[in-house]
Design a protein around this ligand. Structure first.
Ligand code: GRF
Length: 193
């Protein structure tokens, strides 16, 4: 049987998408394993979740690097390579990447974004969809390229925006779909490597 592809999940906070990937990877038939969970903030809640699941949880704090985002990325990149990571899954990783990391992992770094890209890249996606009067929202898994939230789309899931939805209600409905979409798209992606 082909060895499972080693994936690192990069997080900055709660890490519920990372958790969904970890859960999916527990299925023996899953073609990927979560080899590492890496956060840029020590207080990222997802670090404890990963540890509890028996996965290495590493913090490479961005703060000490100040404005030198590339130097931080070089430290992250070294940690990933030391562990033989093959694919990066950004999962609520709240850093704008420099060309260094984007180029180093071209075609091997995925992200999940809580909108139907190309609509609403960036932040506050749910409030923006509601304010625009949209009738549907959703989430997108895409390859990471230089432009923020701009890379080739690998998969999307849609949800209805219901009358009376505020951004919290909509975010919760979209998040459920994120947790289904990301493991499915990542599995398909690594099968194609
Ligand atoms: C998710 O909505 C994801 O789409 C976005 O940031 C949020 C992270 O949530 N990129 P979590 O940390 O995975 O719970």
């Amino acid at each position: 049987m082909k060895a499972k592809t080693k994936v690192a999940a990069l997080i900055s906070g709660r890490g519920s998408n990372m958790e969904a990937l970890v859960r999916a990877a527990q299925d023996p038939a899953c073609p990927f394993e979560i080899a590492l969970v890496l956060a840029n903030k020590a207080d990222a809640g997802g670090l404890a979740t990963a540890e509890a699941a028996g996965i290495e949880a590493l913090c490479v704090p961005s703060k000490p690097f100040g404005k030198d985002r590339e130097a931080h990325e070089r430290a992250v990149d070294a940690a990933l390579r030391e562990r033989g990571v093959e694919v990066i899954a950004l999962a609520g990783y709240m850093r704008i990447l420099t060309p260094f990391l984007v180029d180093a992992w071209e075609g091997r770094m995925l992200n999940i974004h809580p909108s139907l890209l190309p609509k609403y890249p960036g932040l506050d996606t749910h409030a923006r969809a509601i304010a625009a009067g949209d009738t549907e929202a959703g989430c997108t898994v895409h390859l990471v390229t230089a432009g923020v939230d701009e890379g080739p789309i690998l998969g999307q899931a849609r949800v209805a925006i219901e009358a009376g939805d505020d951004d919290h209600a909509l975010a919760a409905r979209v998040l459920k779909e994120e947790h289904r979409l990301y493991p499915a798209v990542l599995a398909e992606f690594v099968r194609g490597l």
